[in-house]
Design a protein around this ligand. Structure first.
Ligand SMILES: Nc1ncnc2c1ncn2[C@@H]1O[C@H](COP(=O)(O)OP(=O)(O)OP(=O)(O)O)[C@@H](O)[C@H]1O
Length: 266
């Protein structure tokens, strides 16, 4: 299922948080959204998983305007890992993962054998099977993050929306999660702060600055020294990864520009 943001604008209390954002994630593609803190990435994602309704513009999934799709139906299509996702209640890991099936359940129906197998598979894939009976409140940040990704996979969505999914993850789990995203046939829109991991993972990149799309294209098209300087205010050298051919950015601490770049359009 493809995902299309068409001139999405979000205004809150007179502030434009996202302006005229148009972005397409083709079926099965992984598109990364990058940009400085406060540039509107999470706000854009919230419009996709319907935590927020755009003030103007349309979000379409499979050609249908999400604003007109019943919530139960879109909950089956779209799984989200939000920045502040999770629960304050001490469910077990297995229970939280099984909650991913909620949009598919009617009444009090118990999980089928296939659904339980799906949960076990996701827990094994995210390396949390050994934590199945632990309360989620006792987990480390990275363990909890992996539980939430497993819950999203168990939902068997067509579209996966993830806001900084590598938060709290050690380097092995970051690589494992992003390899999983790269290998999946799902349509994925993911916010990432690590530009090198974004370049290695994503088919296409959208760069937000000041709530607007500053650039979009393949990682090689987008990640140039000029762009990184203009958008992030940082000097970087772009090299090609010797094994994968992906563009990778080398930074030097001495090159940090402490004056923040001016948001586009101001
Ligand atoms: N309800 C609100 N009222 C006013 N401003 C808001 C509201 N929600 C978000 N903002 C502001 O909108 C801007 C965009 O926020 P958003 O969370 O989308 O940024 P982001 O690019 O995801 O940032 P980060 O990289 O720090 O997670 C920020 O400056 C934020 O303070």
């Amino acid at each position: 299922m493809d995902l299309h943001l068409d001139a999405v604008t979000v205004a809150v209390d007179g502030h434009l948080l996202v302006r005229e954002l148009s972005l397409t994630v083709g079926r099965g593609q992984t598109v990364g959204l990058v940009g400085p803190n406060g540039s509107g990435k999470s706000t854009a994602l919230r419009c996709v998983y319907r935590a927020l309704r755009p003030s103007r513009g349309v979000v379409r999934a499979g050609g249908e305007d999400l604003a007109t799709v019943p919530r139960r139906k879109s909950a089956r299509w779209i799984a989200a890992l939000a920045q502040d996702g999770g629960t304050d209640l001490d469910f077990t890991v297995a229970e939280v993962v099984a909650m991913g099936r909620t949009p598919h359940l009617r009444g009090n129906r118990a999980l089928s054998g296939r659904e339980r197998e799906l949960c076990d598979q996701a827990m094994a894939q995210l390396d949390i099977a050994h934590l199945a009976d632990r309360g989620v409140l006792s987990l480390s940040g990275g363990e909890r993050q992996r539980v939430l990704v497993a819950r999203a996979l168990v939902q068997e969505p067509k579209i996966l929306v993830l806001d900084e999914p590598t938060n709290h993850l050690d380097v092995r789990h970051q690589i494992e999660l992003l390899s999983l995203l790269k290998g999946t046939s799902l349509t994925v829109l993911v916010v990432l702060h690590d530009l090198n991991l974004a370049a290695a993972t994503c088919d296409r990149i959208g760069v937000l600055s000041g709530g607007q799309l500053f650039a979009a294209g393949t990682p090689a098209e987008v990640f140039t020294a000029d762009l990184v300087r203009n958008v992030f205010g940082v000097a970087a050298t772009v090299v090609t990864h010797p094994l994968t051919g992906d563009p990778q950015l080398l930074y030097s601490l001495a090159s940090a520009n402490t004056s923040h770049p001016t948001p586009i359009g101001e």
